[in-house]
Ligand binder design. Structure first.
Ligand code: DAH
Length: 340
């Protein structure tokens, strides 16, 4: 039996050595160590061995069994390691390969214009205020000196959520919120959407963007207003741009003016962008109506203010030579990707 065992061990070790895969090894495990495997069979035959030889034979068989088991396990581990290494080699990342250029988006011309204007004012010490699209009638009209029956409401007719809650027709409502919360000196800028009952055409939309500027301090005059307006329009549209102020009317400013920029496309000669007149209206502004200052406990004898409301779409159109406002809302990627 001892020789038989040694022979089995020898065969097993040889076969383990020759095994080509884990499957082979599993099969060998069954062949030698399984329930009806060769070693197990010999174990069963131990009962026929003379009593005095039993312990020795038992030990030999056990040793043989342990040896085969250890060899099989070791080889399985070897195969596992090889498999892992192969996988790691195949999945190796070459960090030196150049990155494929990603198709990065660009900023929308409206966002770009808003951002540049905000940058201009923030650099000059203005505080950014955030308004809300939904406003009460009070902040949108009444507090800006536009009572319920005022004719100016027609020009700025908006969308009513209830009799008293509206989609703001202008960012000017932020002026009131600011004056309620802060005392002069005030230097604020705010931008966002505004809504108006307007037919959609090349220069009108019921949804558009504005930028509001409010300055209240001692010794503020029309000259400050004019200087600020000229400076930021030239900053945005180029140094060659000229700015024209025309008398106008807004209930919340006194005096009120509108500003036109010279058409950058034709330089003032007249073209399709400026509809032949050489000028394009870009904003409304004026000196804050003293009545509004007084209503917010700001002494109009001591303080004065100027306010400006800028049409962002207009400026973006002039800047980028877009003659139809609808193009700004169509999200045509070929148009949008030109602006960086
Ligand atoms: N809110 C006005 C509009 O939407 C524009 C405007 C005019 C704003 C004069 C102002 C201002 O701040 O002073 O038509």
């Amino acid at each position: 039996m001892e020789t038989q065992t040694k022979q089995i061990l020898q065969n097993a070790l040889k076969e383990i050595e020759d095994a080509k895969s884990k499957q082979d090894l599993f099969a060998l495990n069954t062949k030698y160590l399984g329930k009806t495997g060769e070693i197990s069979n010999l174990m069963r035959e131990l009962k026929n061995v003379p009593v005095e030889e039993k312990p020795k034979m038992g030990a030999i068989l056990n040793e043989c069994r342990q040896k085969i088991d250890a060899e099989i396990r070791e080889k399985i581990q070897k195969f596992d390691e090889e498999e892992l290494n192969k996988k790691l080699m195949n999945e190796k990342i070459d960090v030196t390969i150049p990155v494929k250029p990603k198709n990065m988006g660009t900023m929308h011309p409206i966002s770009l214009t808003q951002k540049e204007l905000m940058d201009f004012f923030v650099k000059r010490g203005f505080t950014v205020r955030v308004g809300t699209d939904v406003e009460t009638d009070y902040y949108c009209f009444e507090a800006l000196n536009v009572p319920k029956d005022h004719p100016a409401r027609d020009m700025q007719d908006t969308f009513y959520i209830t009799d008293d809650i509206v989609l703001r027709t202008h960012t000017s409502a932020t002026q009131i919120h600011t004056m309620e919360k802060y005392k002069p000196p005030i230097k604020m800028v705010s931008t966002g959407q505004a809504y108006r009952v307007d037919e959609i055409d090349a220069t009108h939309s019921p949804f558009f963007h504005q930028l509001e500027i409010l300055v209240v301090d001692e010794n503020v005059s029309m000259a400050d207003l004019k200087g600020t307006v000229e400076e930021f329009i030239k900053y945005l549209l180029g140094e060659k741009t000229t700015v024209r102020l025309r008398p106008s009317y807004f209930p919340f400013t006194e005096p009120s003016v509108e500003a036109d920029a010279s058409c950058p496309k034709c330089g003032g000669k007249g073209c399709s962008l400026c509809k032949g007149c050489g000028w394009i209206e870009v904003l409304g502004c004026g000196m804050v109506n003293p009545k509004i200052l007084a209503e917010h406990n700001i002494d109009p004898k001591k303080y004065a203010g100027y306010a400006v409301g800028v049409g962002i779409e207009r400026l973006a159109m002039i800047r980028f030579g877009i003659s139809d406002m609808r193009e700004l809302y169509e999200n045509d990627v070929n148009l949008l990707k030109q602006f960086k």
